[in-house]
Structures are given as C-alpha cells and as structure tokens.
Ligand binder design. Structure first.
Ligand code: SAM
Length: 395
C-alpha cells in the first residue's frame, strides 16, 4: 500500500487544482481573527483590514478577516465528496479595541457562514487546552463587575457536506472495517470535551518564519483522521503550517493535500517527515500496548471478552473492532519538490501467515510491546529536536 502527500504553496482561497468532490475530509486550523499575531497576515490578504484596525473599528476588522476565511470554506465545500467532513479548529478572541474589551466569536461567525454555504453541523468538540493558564486575570481583578472570564478552550467545529457517506461496494465495506478503531478508543475520542492533548513546541528556530508555529498537537489531527475518514482517503488542510495534518495522514494510511501561503515552511515540513517512519510505527505499537492493558483490566473486572481479533489474536470488545488493521510505515520518500510517498506493510499479511495466538504474553512477544515504555522517551526527545509532534501522553 502506498499514499501520496502533496503541498501547494499558495493562497487557499482558490483551489482550482483540486477537483470538485474529491476530498473525503478537511482538517484545519486557520489564522484566528482578532488574535494579534495574525493581524499582519490578514492585512496582507486585504489592506482594508489594517485600515479598520488603525481606526480601532474592531467589528469591521473582524468581519473582513472572516471574509478572507469564508472564501476558503467555500472552496472546501466544493472539493468535499458528498458525506465528506470538515473539522475546523478555532479559538474565539478577546481584545481591547480603543477602550472597549470584547469577545470576537470566530467559532460562531465561521459556523454561521458554513451553514449558509450548505454544510450541516454535527456535534462539536470543545478542546480544553492545557497551555492557557486560568490565573491570568483579565479586567478588574477581584472587583466586580469588570473582571472577565478567561478563555481556556478552543473548538473543533465538525461539519458535513450532505448526508451520511455511503460504503456500497464490498471492497469499500471491507476497507471501512479495516479502518475501525478500538471500542475503548471510541469512548475517549467521541467525547465532546477533549483534555490532556499536549500542545506542540511552539517556538520555531527559523528566522524566516514567525517565531511561533501555532501548530496543533499531532494527536488532535490523528484522532480526527481516524474518526472521520477511511484508509486511502484524501485529507485536505488548507492552512497547512508545519504540516501536522500531513504527518497524521501518513501515520494513518491516508493521502493528503496541504495548502500553505508561506513558502518559508518548506524546510521545516521536510524536516518533520524524517521522523515519521519511526514515529508512526511507535504509535501503532502504543495503541496495541494500550489495548492489551485495557483488555487485562477489563477481564479482571468483568470476566473474559467475547471476541478475538481475527488476525491479531488479541481480545476485543465488539464485532466492529474485530477487523481493524494496523499498517506499519516502511518508508517515506520525497518524490518531488513538494510531494512525498509513503509505503506501508500491512500487518494483516504478516498475521495471516501465522496461527492465531491466545495469551497476552504471546501477543506481547509478537508485537514486541512488553518492554515498550508508555511515554516513548527516545522518540519524544528525537522529535522534539526536529520540531516534530510530541508523543508525550499520546492518548
Ligand atoms: C494556525 S496556522 C496552522 C498550523 C498547522 N495546523 C500546524 O499544525 O502547523 C495557520 C497557517 O495558515 C497559513 N495561512 C494563512 N492564510 C492563508 C491562506 N489564505 N492560504 C493558505 N495558507 C494560509 C499561515 O501561514 C499559517 O501557517
């Protein structure tokens, strides 16, 4: 199996290279309207934004910034397949303009536009960030009523183009089953409040680009990709930054297209792909290890599980997670200036050759997970150096 990953360095407001109805999933985090670090970038895209900010007209600046984002959401709607999903990570902003402190709710503004564009809203996720400290007082300190609530969360808006995606042909059904996740992963991933996802190292050691990457955690994109797409799908990120979505797609056996306006990200994206083989395989092992730990605990509390995974031999909770397949990454090669190919070995083939195994001990030996440290420290250190995603506390 092979996946393809392409980066377009351009404004995402016109994605004419991408065909209508060709993308299964869009995951992104745009520049946040009315957060100061993005003022210049928005103003470059529309100089009236700078004028509005200079005139201290927050409402106009906010609206114009959102109009830049609207063009991209419209393009996303066009390129998504029927039943395709868009996940938008966005934080609201608080800002004092003139004398007036106020909230600029980008999550509301974006949701309103996307509904008008034709999307249907699905339940959204509230991502409670560990990085925003609540002890930062805003307003009048301990004196009412002028003290302000601190924003400690962002949203992941989840939208769908049309109705439920259909899987009709037998090979589509089979691929969907092989793209399943564990029952206990579902219980964590599909809660509407996400906590404990670690941020990534925000500081970039490259003078050409701004000093903060604004990257989201690898796990955020990894979860969304596994929740809302199947293997072999194409995932789009129109605000690509350091390429976290592409790395997560590579680790999940999905294709990807990234769009980024700032060419200066090229080196850092290339650099991050260098650790993906080791990183992706570490994630597979870690998921298996965590599953074995879950099974052990569950069986000790509630007795034997009913189902045994057809290929891997370990116990699973339901018939659905009975056929999920892990694809180990064999290689990641740059095939073009802005293109990468990733090759996979499906563990399925490996397992089909061997007989079913029954004990946890045998499974641990087979997957070499017994000694596998939960924090994966060696990889953690290495990826930190490369500005690659943090594996600390994965899951
Ligand atoms: C919040 S960052 C995305 C970070 C990314 N999720 C990551 O993990 O690195 C937004 C990115 O969008 C880019 N950008 C802003 N406006 C754009 C536009 N109109 N078209 C394409 N990229 C744009 C910025 O340069 C920035 O890298």
């Amino acid at each position: 199996m092979e996946t393809n990953h392409k980066i377009l360095f351009q404004n995402a407001n016109n994605l004419h290279q991408i065909k209508d109805s060709s993308i299964a999933l869009m995951i992104t985090s745009p520049p946040y309207p009315m957060i100061e670090m993005w003022d210049n970038m928005f103003s470059e895209q529309n100089p009236e934004i700078k004028e509005a900010l200079n005139k201290k007209d927050g409402s106009i600046a906010f609206e114009l910034m959102n109009q830049e984002l609207d063009k991209v959401w419209d393009e996303v709607y066009r390129v998504l397949i029927p039943g395709g999903i868009a996940c938008i990570n966005i934080g609201d902003a608080t800002r004092t303009i003139g004398e007036n402190f106020q909230l600029f709710s980008s999550s509301t503004r974006i949701m309103n536009h996307c509904l008008k564009a034709g999307f249907s809203a699905l339940p959204k996720i509230l991502w409670k960030k560990t990085t925003n400290a609540p002890n930062k007082f805003m307003g009048s300190g301990m004196l009412p009523p002028g003290a302000y609530v601190t924003l400690e969360h962002e949203y992941i808006l989840i939208l769908r183009k049309g109705g439920k995606r259909e899987f009709i042909k037998p090979h589509e059904k089979m691929n969907r089953q092989e793209s399943a996740f564990f029952w206990e992963e579902r219980n964590i991933w599909f809660t509407d409040i996400w906590e404990g996802l670690n941020g990534v190292i925000q500081k970039l050691n490259d003078e050409k680009i701004r000093c903060r990457s604004a990257a989201y955690p690898f796990e955020l994109a990894y979860r969304l990709i596994n929740m809302f797409s199947v293997k072999g799908d194409t995932v789009l990120d129109p605000y690509f930054g350091t390429g976290t979505t592409m790395l997560s797609a590579m680790a999940s056996a999905r294709n990807s297209i990234g769009v980024e306006i700032d060419q200066n990200f090229k080196d850092i994206i290339g650099e991050r792909t260098k650790s993906i083989v080791e990183y992706a395989n570490a994630i597979n092992k870690k998921r298996i290890q965590q599953h074995l730990e879950f099974v052990k605990k569950r069986e000790s509390e509630k007795g034997p599980l009913k189902y045994t995974h057809e290929k891997y031999g370990f116990k699973v909770m339901t018939r659905q997670d009975n056929s999920l397949i892990f694809d180990d990454v064999l290689s990641c090669k740059q095939t073009n200036e802005n293109e990468f190919k990733v090759n996979y070995a499906s563990n399925k083939e490996m397992e089909l050759k061997s007989s079913i195994i029954s004990s946890n001990k045998e499974i641990e030996e087979r997957y070499n997970v017994k000694e596998y440290p939960l924090e994966i420290p060696q990889i953690e250190q290495k990826v930190e150096r490369l500005n690659a995603p943090s594996l600390y506390n994965f899951f």
